[in-house]
Design a protein around this ligand. Structure first.
Ligand SMILES: Cc1cc2nc3c(=O)[nH]c(=O)nc-3n(C[C@H](O)[C@H](O)[C@H](O)COP(=O)(O)OP(=O)(O)OC[C@H]3O[C@@H](n4cnc5c(N)ncnc54)[C@H](O)[C@@H]3O)c2cc1C
Length: 382
């Protein structure tokens, strides 16, 4: 595909088709999005419609029913932009299929991949990734969950916390300490010794659970990749999916701006529309500018990540920080433009206000990402 065929900064047709399909699905959720986004368990109707769309095929490589040879960061990012604009629940359900199964797709044993990945592609099985623990967040290397080999089995013990899809997932990719290293292990949810409970809920409800592992035994081929090499698989997962958080942020920010614009155009104060009063038009224009700037970096980083996720992690990290922080600012400004109607409960803008907040914390908080970018910059230069 040459740049004259697409325009240097235009998406190729394959991605525009995906964008249109994701938009159609997202808009079709409008009748249930508010209900689903307030739910702390998987909404069956959202699941059914997402499965019917076939978009979860983007979560796995072509060999197991995927649409691209490898999981494609740009495709995932573009789809999330559309889904998150309408429903955080839908967006999370879509992306977790990839995040929870990526390590397996890259390094799992053939038998385990063949068993699970085709079901991930069709959403017949839900995936989850278990890293965080009650006392371990950003400092992941401090985790205390263990895995020990015992004959032809692996035995896991530990407690994972704040796990998306927890309680509803069919399997967990669990990061656990093994000797001096860390291993990633696939644990089917119905394995004896696995229990889940939901002690926490956040300001924008999310399918979140703690996962407790007590003498959980799985066959040795459920270790994903080599013993002690699990951290690399987690990094590879982040490198592929981090930029997609930026896509979701751009979608949410644009949804907020649409609401604020419509409100400002329609509401009359001081004998004219709000959109002509004082700093309101300037705020609207600056939101628009911020969104377009973040989208440009996001698409560029996602395209680079689709080529080589690890080599371009710095760009994905910049896009994630830039777009999530932008989204926080823009949604807040849109709420302000809408006055009391911006903070009224059970409205789309109030939902966006709550849903945009966690994105600055998970998949690398802003501060942790800046810390690692700074180290890279100071060591290697630009
Ligand atoms: C909606 C949601 C879904 C999630 N889903 C999952 C999931 O599916 N699987 C999973 O394993 N986890 C999940 N998590 C957990 C998430 O990964 C953690 O919240 C994240 O790693 C941050 O850890 P923490 O919240 O414990 O914050 P902490 O690590 O305690 O950090 C607190 C604050 O200190 C700052 N800070 C920490 N370290 C540094 C540093 N070195 N330099 C500068 N500042 C620092 C952080 O930026 C942050 O502002 C989810 C969280 C949320 C909110």
């Amino acid at each position: 595909m040459t740049t004259s065929e697409t325009g240097l900064f235009e998406l190729p047709q394959t991605y525009r088709d995906l964008q249109a399909q994701a938009r159609e699905l997202a808009v079709s959720m409008r009748d249930i999005a508010a209900r689903a986004d307030e739910s702390s368990s998987t909404d069956p109707d959202v699941r059914k419609r997402l499965a019917a769309s076939g978009l979860t095929e983007l979560a796995v490589p072509a060999q197991w029913g995927g649409r691209f040879e490898k999981v494609d960061s740009l495709a995932v990012t573009i789809v999330r932009e559309q889904l998150a604009a309408e429903s955080a629940h839908l967006d999370s359900m879509f992306v977790m299929q990839g995040i929870g199964s990526y390590g397996l797709a890259v390094a799992g044993s053939d038998a385990v991949r063949d068993r699970w990945l085709p079901k991930v592609a069709t959403l017949d099985a839900m995936a989850a990734l278990g890293l965080t623990e009650p006392h371990v967040g950003s400092d992941l290397k401090a985790l205390t969950t263990t895995v020990v080999a015992d004959g032809d089995e692996l035995v896991l013990n530990g407690h994972k916390s704040f796990i998306t899809n927890g309680g509803d997932a069919d399997f967990y990719s669990i990061l656990a300490k093994e000797g001096d290293g860390y291993s990633l292990v696939l644990v089917p949810a119905d394995t004896p010794g696995v229990s889940t409970h939901r002690p926490h809920q956040i300001i924008a409800p999310h399918v979140l659970s703690d996962v407790v592992l007590e003498n959980v035994r799985v066959p040795a081929d459920h270790r994903i990749g080599e013993a002690g090499k699990g951290f690399g698989l987690v990094l590879a997962t982040l490198a592929t999916f981090r930029v997609s958080v930026a896509g979701a942020s751009v979608g949410m920010a644009e949804a907020a701006l649409r609401l604020a614009l419509e409100h400002a155009n329609n509401r009359q104060q001081f004998g004219t529309s709000l959109s002509r009063l004082g700093s309101v038009p300037e705020h609207l224009a600056s939101c628009w500018t911020d969104i377009e700037a973040a989208r440009s970096l996001t698409y560029r980083a996602a395209a680079a990540s689709a080529r080589d996720p690890r080599a371009n992690l710095h760009l994905s990290s910049m896009a994630k920080v830039s777009a999530t922080e932008m989204c926080g600012r823009v949604v807040d400004r849109c709420v302000q433009i809408m006055g009391r109607f911006g903070i009224t409960r059970d409205t789309a803008i109030e939902r966006l206000y709550r849903e945009s907040r966690p994105m600055r914390i998970y998949e690398g908080s802003t501060e942790v990402i800046f810390d690692s970018l700074a180290k890279q910059l100071i060591k290697n230069g630009i």
